[in-house]
Structure formats: structure tokens, C-alpha cells
Design a protein around this ligand. Structure first.
Ligand code: V47
Length: 409
């Protein structure tokens, strides 16, 4: 006779006591998660117990998640967390990207956007041009300008302050999410002023929050290859810490799908989680898939683009490890609208925005559209069984009529 008993994650036996005789000659202990047919990979079962108990996952468990190919189980767990936090609510915004210059002193192997000053295709916008572009195609009033650019060797710091101030004067209701930690670190270096002072001056000029770019992968071994000239993890995290201390929110990213290991990704995510425990200033995490076209790094990686499987796994694992990040974004430009839509059921609760004109990914071979309309975003969300919720950058609800846009703070 064989007796089957269930044992919970805590190791205690659950389920009916054995009444019958004779004594069983074999007892099989099945974990409680055997009740969950969604989980095939036995390595995920103890992790699932922790997820359902709301317990924090550790480094080894993070690596086990990345090593698992039970994608549906990862999605099931991540979706559970996403639903606990947000239900079916799915955020999007109406935004426009502005890239004032692609001239860059760094030569990051991962990047196809940056140009040397005299290279073909190098450009720098005059301030008036940036203001004009900001107001172009104003058919759907935007609530956010997302502004990032190269590390220009000659533009004075005043240019960036004037850009912020000029945009705020002309578009006072629009949130300015601008300049990655890499750019902020570069302005500090160029002006020989402390990062805190740079941030304070930019905030006075109209800066509202920081985007999450430039984080890439924190591991020095990887950074040395993919973005040797950029600030390291210490400075990236310091810039965000200081921004949070000054009362600004920010986002965080991770670039995957090149030469990084599973361990490097988990290390990256846990460093972000640690800072978030201290400051609570991060709003959203955005996993970014490496696009190899026109990059030096593309020649070094053995494969070409990331797969949908890899993209969904990164969304799900991020949702499971970053238990203190309110939002996980499926950036449709990077993962295509098709995969981003599925990601809404793999842990993501945000699909980003209308974008309008994207350069960084399109220079690196992205075949996604340059923009989606508000209606197209709403359709993607509804079709996935979720509820569209227009937000501003700080996740306040936004409502619209034919002639007005209201942010409900
Ligand atoms: O930091 C550059 C990445 C980032 C490539 O905060 C590349 O809401 C893939 O950070 N292949 C900039 N990625 C984009 C970014 C972002 C995007 C959307 C929303 C937010 C936000 C931030 O793009 C860079 C770098 O990691 N990148 N080149 C490439 N070839």
C-alpha cells in the first residue's frame, strides 16, 4: 500500500491523516503545489509557495527562475503578483520622445544611436527646433515629454537648463521626464559640480523625474564590454538615490539578451531592489531587449535578436523579484505590440505610451511602428482582458473630453 501525503513549504504535513491498516510500505510526500497543475518544473514549486505567501525571493531563487523553461508557470506566478497589486488595471500614457542630440563622446558597443560630432547623420537640435518638435502633431495632447540624448562634448550645461525651462514655459501641464543617470553624471563631470547640485538646478529649471535608461547590466565584467565609457553601477544608483532624496521619482531599466548571464541579471535586479528598500523612489522597472543591428555588440553576440520567450521570461522574473517596485512596464517599442500585449498576462501592468517618434531602437533595427495612437493602446489592453487606465508620469489618473485633458492629482 502506498500513502500519499502533502507537505507545505514549511515542511509540515497537511491533508488527511492515515486511518487505514495495514501500515503503508511506502509514503510519498507531495508538495502542496502539486495541487497547481500550472507548475511543471519541480524547481519552481518551493518558490511558488513563497510567492503565494508573499515572501521575498533570494538570489538563488532568482537564478532558478531564469534557468527554468517553464514559462507558463513563471507567467502564472508573475500574473498572480500583478493581479494582487493592480487587478486588471493596465496603465498607459500619451507621451512624446524628444532626443535633442545624437552626438556622443561615449562609444558604447550596445548603441546604434550615438554619433561622433562629424559623423554622417550627427545632429543637434537648436532650442527653437526642440520646442517646435515638442508641439508637432498635437492631435492628442501629451502629458509627458521623455527626453534623452547623447553625451555632447561641446553643448554647455546651460543648453539643458534652457531646454527644460523653455519646454515648461510653452507646455506648463506636461511632465518632463528627462536625462538618464548617465547624462546627469556627465553634466556633473563636465561642469565639475556635484551631482546633487546638477539635479537641483535641473529641478529648478523644470525637471520632474528621471527615466530609467543607462543602467544596462551592473556587473563590471559585462559593463566593460558593452558600455566601457559609461558611469558604473555605483554612480548610476547614486544619481537615482540623490534624485529620490530631492523628491523626484525615477524609473529603472535592464538591458538583456547579449553577453550577460542569469546571475548578472539577478544581481542587477537585486541591486535595484536594495536601493528601492532605502528610498522608495522608483516607480517602474522596464526590461529592455538588446537590438543588435548597427551595433558593435551585435557582432560579438552569438545569436541575433531576443526571442518572445526570453522577453516574457524577463518581464515575469522582474515582477517576481522586484517586490517593492509598484510597476513593471512592457515597452511595446522594444518588444513589439504583439509580445507587449501578452506580457500584460506575464507580470506587466504598464504598456508605456504613444511615443510618437523613437530613434534609439529604430537606429538599432527595430521594426515596430514609430508610434501608436491612444486608441491602439486601448485596444491592445482590452483585447488582453485588461482594463485600460490612462495615467500621467506619476500614475495619477488622466481623463479627457474632446477639448480638455485633466490630470487628477
Ligand atoms: O539606456 C540603447 C537602451 C535605453 C540599444 O524610463 C538599447 O520610462 C536595445 O531607457 N538595443 C534607453 N536597447 C531607453 C530607456 C527607456 C525606454 C522607455 C521608457 C523608459 C522609461 C526608458 O535604451 C538605453 C539602453 O539601455 N538601448 N541601444 C540597443 N541597440
Amino acid at each position: 500500500m502506498i500513502a500519499i501525503l502533502q507537505v507545505g513549504h514549511d515542511g509540515f504535513r497537511r491533508g488527511p491523516r492515515l486511518q487505514s491498516y495495514p501500515e503503508p510500505d511506502k509514503i510519498i510526500f507531495l508538495p502542496m503545489t502539486a495541487n497547481r497543475p500550472q507548475i511543471e518544473d519541480p524547481a519552481l514549486q518551493p518558490i511558488a509557495e513563497k510567492v503565494f505567501a508573499g515572501e521575498r525571493l533570494n538570489f538563488e531563487e532568482g537564478v532558478a527562475l531564469f534557468k527554468s523553461s517553464d514559462l507558463l508557470a513563471l507567467g502564472y506566478l508573475a500574473h498572480h503578483v500583478r493581479e494582487k497589486l493592480h487587478g486588471k488595471r493596465t496603465y498607459f500614457n500619451v507621451n512624446r520622445h524628444i532626443n535633442p542630440t545624437n552626438v556622443c563622446v561615449a562609444s558604447c558597443k550596445l548603441c546604434a544611436f550615438g554619433r561622433k560630432p562629424d559623423a554622417p547623420g550627427a545632429y543637434t537640435m537648436a532650442l527653437e527646433e526642440a520646442y517646435r518638435i515638442a508641439g508637432e502633431n498635437w492631435s492628442e495632447a501629451v502629458t509627458e515629454f521623455h527626453i534623452v540624448g547623447g553625451l555632447h562634448p561641446d553643448l554647455p550645461f546651460q543648453y539643458y537648463l534652457d531646454l527644460l525651462r523653455g519646454l515648461k514655459e510653452r507646455f506648463p501641464g506636461v511632465h518632463l521626464k528627462a536625462f538618464t543617470a548617465v547624462e546627469i553624471g556627465y553634466y556633473a563631470h563636465m561642469t565639475r559640480r556635484p551631482v546633487r547640485e546638477i539635479l537641483r538646478q535641473m529641478k529648478d529649471a523644470g525637471l520632474d523625474s528621471l527615466p530609467g535608461g543607462g543602467a544596462e547590466i551592473f556587473a563590471p565584467r559585462v559593463r566593460r564590454v558593452i558600455c566601457d565609457h559609461k558611469i558604473g553601477a555605483y554612480t548610476w544608483l547614486k544619481v537615482h538615490r540623490l534624485a529620490h532624496e530631492l523628491g523626484m521619482h525615477s524609473n529603472a531599466t535592464m538591458l538583456y539578451g547579449h553577453i550577460e548571464s542569469d546571475e548578472d541579471r539577478v544581481d542587477h535586479l537585486l541591486q535595484l531592489r536594495k536601493l528601492q528598500d532605502e528610498t522608495h523612489g522608483f516607480q517602474t522597472f522596464i526590461p529592455l531587449a538588446f537590438h543588435p543591428a548597427n551595433t558593435e555588440l551585435g557582432k560579438l553576440v552569438p545569436h541575433t535578436e531576443t526571442t518572445g520567450f526570453m522577453d516574457l521570461k524577463n518581464v515575469a522574473v522582474a515582477r517576481l523579484l522586484l517586490d517593492n517596485f509598484p510597476h513593471i512596464k512592457a515597452y511595446w517599442i522594444m518588444m513589439t505590440p504583439r509580445v507587449a500585449q501578452i506580457a500584460l498576462r506575464f507580470g506587466a501592468d504598464d504598456i508605456d505610451g504613444t511615443v510618437v517618434e523613437e530613434k534609439i531602437y529604430h537606429d538599432a533595427g527595430a521594426r515596430t511602428p514609430q508610434s501608436l495612437t491612444r486608441q491602439e493602446l486601448i485596444r491592445l489592453i482590452r483585447e488582453a482582458g485588461c482594463e485600460p487606465f490612462e495615467r500621467d508620469t506619476l500614475y495619477h489618473p488622466v481623463t479627457r473630453t474632446e477639448t480638455t485633458v485633466t490630470v487628477h492629482v
